[in-house]
Design a protein around this ligand. Sequence first.
Ligand SMILES: *Cc1c(COP(=O)(O)O)cnc(C)c1O
Length: 469
Amino acid sequence: MSASHSSAAAPEWLAVPDDANALTAGIWPASAARDADGELRIGGVGVQALRAVHGTPLYVVDEDEVRAHARRTLAAFTAAAASHGTRARVYYAGKAFLCTEVVRWVTAEGLAVDVCSGGELEVALAAGADPARIGFHGNNKSVAELERAVTAGVGTIIVDSLIEVERLAAVAARHDVVQPVLVRVNSGVHAETHDFLATAHEDQKFGFAMDDAPAVVARIRDLSALHLLGLHCHIGSQIFGAAGFAESAARLVDLHARLREDGELPLLNLGGGFGIAYTAADTPEPIEQLAAGIVDAVARECAVRGIPIPDLAFEPGRAIVGQAGVTLYEVGTVKPVHLDADRTRTYVSVDGGMSDNPRPALYGAQYSARIASRMADAEPALVRVVGKHCESGDIVVDHEYLPGDVTPGDLLAVPATGAYCFSLASSYNDLPRPAVVAVRAGQARVIVRGETIADILSRDVGVASEGTA
Ligand SMILES: *Cc1c(COP(=O)(O)O)cnc(C)c1O
């Protein structure tokens, strides 16, 4: 197949690779490599062995990669803060990928943990996370969730509405607790990848408008059961540069400086959203550069207003776990689809799909893929990797070049699936959700067992139980 023939339906950002077996740097875990036979190994474990023991689809997570990103991110923000004489705390945003083992890894590396539901809180607590180093988010926390958080000693609750302020104050008072809180504000800056949009008001559900924040802060200061730590803001996700954060920080510091005139405000939390590479076209700034850019902006804005720099907090999720995850699938069918007289796209169907990774269907997210079980010399062919669900939007990898001889039985590996795949998974079409296997130093171990059909049937009370049929 000629390159021009196969590239006709490819997007501009996707180049025909010199080698459709190559593992592009920055997308795969650092440990990913091919052995002498061409088989992919992750964390020193071969994918054939993983398939033989655990089946497919399978979430593989490289423990050392998660730990390395946690360490590096903490070091980056700590250094950036120290260079301006302040401190930084880094919360792992658990919603990216939460299970007790991941919580243990990141807390062992010095991160605090963010949760945004009662269920996530239970997982963090079950992992033994220090409650004082848990942040609790959400725009509609229930009384029961707030009760659990307050009595467990959750260190920071991020309040999101006036109703919640009153609700939380009542809960805290009932339990004789003075609950530390942050006020989530909406800076009017929304950012994604390269672009950010700055408006006076954002039309979305999270946080208080900047104009409304002073009244909320005054109310919290009146409530003896609440202790105000400061402001919180999260401007978006998959952000590649510091510019959006700098714009948001300027607005936040301005508000912070005004609110400081009436009382202490020791902390400023600037949220998460630091981007990662999913394909070779993605070029996120190194986290050290981002951290320095953001903290420098805060320091500059504080200097202008003649106020001290508060303690800072950040909440990376994807940046900690994204690159550590690889999903393994088995190819089931391969089918050429003729787009017109001279353009063909090869549809490669795998044994999972939008149930284990809904991001392409939800956000149009792009991924890449490689044949993992072998190397191939065949000419690269433009493929679309699709799942086995009953939706035409059930896409795993929209555009990729794979060796043209891709065939049923091949193992396909999709990298950069560590964030927002396991956590967003469903059992749509009654596909049991895959297991999560952690790999490290040549060892593999299940950290979340796979769902089974028996699990699915066990919730269906209409299923005749043995002996009653
Ligand atoms: C989702 C979220 C994060 C983490 O976002 P990433 O893009 O995974 O870094 C951090 N803070 C808040 C409040 C969030 O909702």
